[in-house]
Ligand binder design. Structure first.
Ligand SMILES: *[C@@H]1O[C@H](CO)[C@@H](O)[C@H](O)[C@H]1NC(C)=O
Ligand SMILES: *[C@@H]1O[C@H](CO)[C@@H](O)[C@H](O)[C@H]1NC(C)=O
Ligand SMILES: *[C@@H]1O[C@H](CO)[C@@H](O)[C@H](O)[C@H]1NC(C)=O
Ligand SMILES: *[C@@H]1O[C@H](CO)[C@@H](O)[C@H](O)[C@H]1NC(C)=O
Length: 338
């Protein structure tokens, strides 16, 4: 119980109903009693949920099919799963439903990340979605989806149910606990990119890398430019799809932002009419969360681009001509092998 700290917040944002119910009471009153039971079944989890480390709870309602299926229900008792269903921050619906979305840091730790594992909201709405008040909760007018592991997304059905430690959002399914990058790539069906990684012997390297953003070309994109037998050129090409030391969930990729890849080249983000591009290649599937970062599916291959010529220090950088030759060689061989 920490009402003295949060009370002013509620007075500001919930002028009609000032909540003083506990988390378990609020879950029970809002059709999430099975979820409440799962929390109460594990003393460590109950202690976490009632601590200041949890300010937002993503609860699954009793009506969800997972609670009628014993196989699925057993899996959701996993402490990691229940750690992921939380946020260390107060993430109000307004934050989650903004365009392009919000990052919600959970209490799930991942050894391969230098910070907590996150889930990412994505709004299908306009810049200021209307929201409808319903009982003690708010219904988003435009769909709000939340991305987690293996590219899986759940829908936020009702939000901002207040309790004495924060807010509860009702989602229609459990999040998916993030898996390794290699398992994520294979189980999301990116077989083309997977075989390029295998060919270049980079699958383990990328999978074991701490905190990365990786752009994973679709099968169609790989098929349009598949296979070279020059391992070093292929490695350069693939390393150009990885931003090290940065977890670039979509809301953090802003128009004009530039990043240096593992290959040492620059990627530039652009946003046009709500669509996101990296070096003019479109992101077609954002926010597949992995245990070491985040993967975004793109509809092309990212060929290395040189740094803009500035005069100073140019000898330290690969020349444009040399890079153009590498690109030509790779793309040429890709084309020949089709
Ligand atoms: C329960 O869920 C599992 C996993 O999705 C599925 O294989 C199984 O068929 C389901 N059982 C029932 C009775 O629906
Ligand atoms: C709203 O919360 C109160 C307790 O604060 C509860 O009695 C009531 O059932 C709740 N209403 C809805 C619609 O959840
Ligand atoms: C493949 O990469 C690993 C490092 O991930 C390295 O230990 C191994 O020697 C490499 N294998 C080949 C055949 O280059
Ligand atoms: C593979 O490389 C060898 C030697 O560099 C070359 O002779 C051969 O044509 C290449 N094969 C393909 C399919 O590109």
């Amino acid at each position: 119980m920490k009402p003295s700290i949060v009370a002013p917040f509620y007075i500001l944002t919930f002028p009609v109903v000032i909540q003083a119910v506990t988390l378990i009471e609020a879950l029970n009153q809002n059709g999430a009693s099975n979820f409440a039971k799962q929390i109460q079944a594990n003393p460590d989890i109950l202690a976490l949920y009632t601590s200041p480390s949890v300010q937002t709870v993503y609860a699954v309602p009793d009506t969800s099919f997972v609670f009628t299926n014993t196989t699925l229900r057993a899996r959701q008792d996993d402490p990691q799963q229940l750690q992921l269903q939380t946020s260390t921050e107060l993430n109000k619906l307004q934050t989650l439903s903004k365009v392009p979305g919000g990052v919600s840091n959970s209490n799930l730790k991942s050894p391969k990340l230098k910070k907590p594992q996150a889930v990412v909201s994505e709004s299908g709405g306009n810049e200021s979605p209307q929201r409808r008040q319903s009982g003690n909760s708010t219904i988003p007018s435009a769909p709000v989806r939340i991305a987690s592991g293996l590219g899986k997304k759940v829908n936020l059905v009702r939000g901002d149910v207040a309790y004495d430690g924060g807010v509860i959002h009702i989602i229609d399914q459990f999040f998916t606990v993030p898996d390794s990058l290699s398992n994520t790539i294979s189980s999301t069906g990116l077989s083309g990119f997977q075989s390029l990684l295998t060919q270049a012997n980079l699958s383990d390297t990328f999978t074991n890398q701490n905190s990365i953003t990786i752009f994973t070309p679709s099968n169609e994109a790989v098929a349009a430019a598949a296979n070279t037998n020059s391992t070093s050129e292929l490695q350069t090409l693939l390393k150009n799809h990885v931003i090290p030391e940065f977890t670039g969930y979509l809301p953090l990729l802003t128009d004009g932002a530039t990043f240096t890849t593992l290959a040492g080249f620059t990627l530039t983000i652009s946003v046009k009419n709500g669509a996101y591009f990296v070096n003019n290649v479109k992101i077609i599937g954002a926010n597949s969360i992995t245990d070491n970062g985040v993967a975004h599916v793109i509809d092309g291959i990212l060929t290395p681009t040189p740094e803009p010529f500035t005069g100073a220090g140019w000898q330290l950088r690969p020349s444009y001509a040399a890079m153009a030759a590498v690109i030509a060689a790779v793309v040429g061989q890709l084309a020949v092998s089709l």
